[in-house]
Design a protein around this ligand. Structure first.
Ligand SMILES: [Zn+2]
Length: 262
């Protein structure tokens, strides 16, 4: 029984892992091997060395379905099935600085994304600066990744690009008190109105890719919104004080196709 429980916990850890390794994984890795070199974005732990850090990270070097990519609109084919339905509601979040990004873990299990007729639940959202995906070569200052999983652990990530503009009112509460220390958790008093984090216009690019962080696992369904949302210069700089350059370089499209919702 204990063995089954242990196996379940390991699977749960895999299930919860995201395109940014979450704090559960970080704890497990630290327990496993204190001397294990943590991945990062600088020097010998930077993305071009990820595959050398652990055999588990081999896909980072040898995968053929890697993320992020440049979403070139002229090669995208129009597809009805790229249309998304968001059944999101305001939810409490747990903000954590996991050493790679600031991540908002969703403390509700009814935040649903329906993509290609398939139901996924929102697990967490986190941020990269600058953005990881590009659209026709344009690099935005930030990108939010909303990480969803289905009952079998298959991941669907909604990427929302962020440009400099007006203050983002939905994020204002979360940005009030960003966790600036590694492993620090902040629990905002207000619920986060997740639905209103999305742009009003829902045209979306869809392709099959990977986690953008180790272990760079493939089979991740990516949906990147074409329209960016806005954050103020101050909000962007508040994040950049903690993380600036936590983005992986764009990867080759190779044999894949990009779809855009009709
Ligand atoms: Zn990410």
């Amino acid at each position: 029984m204990e063995k089954i429980k242990f196996t379940f916990l390991i699977l749960l850890g895999v299930f919860l892992s995201s395109c940014n390794q979450n704090h559960l994984d970080t704890h497990q890795n630290e327990k496993k091997d204190q001397s294990h070199l943590q991945w990062g974005y600088d020097g010998i732990t930077s993305p071009e060395h990820w595959a050398e850090l652990s055999p588990e990270f081999i896909k980072c070097a040898e995968g053929h379905f890697q993320s992020p990519i440049d979403l070139e609109s002229y090669v995208a084919t129009k597809q009805q099935r790229a249309v998304l339905k968001f059944n999101y509601h305001p939810a409490s979040v747990d903000m954590v600085n996991n050493g790679h990004t600031v991540q908002a873990n969703i403390e509700a299990d009814d935040e649903e994304l329906i993509a290609n007729g398939h139901s996924y639940k929102l697990k967490q959202a986190h941020f990269h600066a600058p953005a990881e995906h590009q659209i026709d070569g344009i690099i935005y200052p930030m990108e939010m990744h909303m990480v969803h999983a289905d009952d079998n652990g298959k991941l669907a990530v909604v990427g929302v690009l962020i440009k400099e503009g007006r203050e983002n009112k939905v994020l204002a509460d979360l940005w009030n008190d960003l966790p600036d220390q590694k492993e620090e958790h902040i629990h905002p008093a207000q619920k986060c109105d997740i639905l209103h984090l999305l742009p009003d216009e829902h045209t979306v690019f869809h392709y099959s890719g990977s986690l953008t962080t180790p272990p760079c696992s493939e089979g991740v369904e990516w949906f990147v919104m074409k329209t960016p949302i806005e954050m103020s210069k101050i909000q962007i700089s508040e994040f950049k004080k903690l993380y600036h350059g936590n983005n992986r370089a764009i990867q080759q499209l190779e044999e894949r196709s990009i779809e855009i919702s009709e």
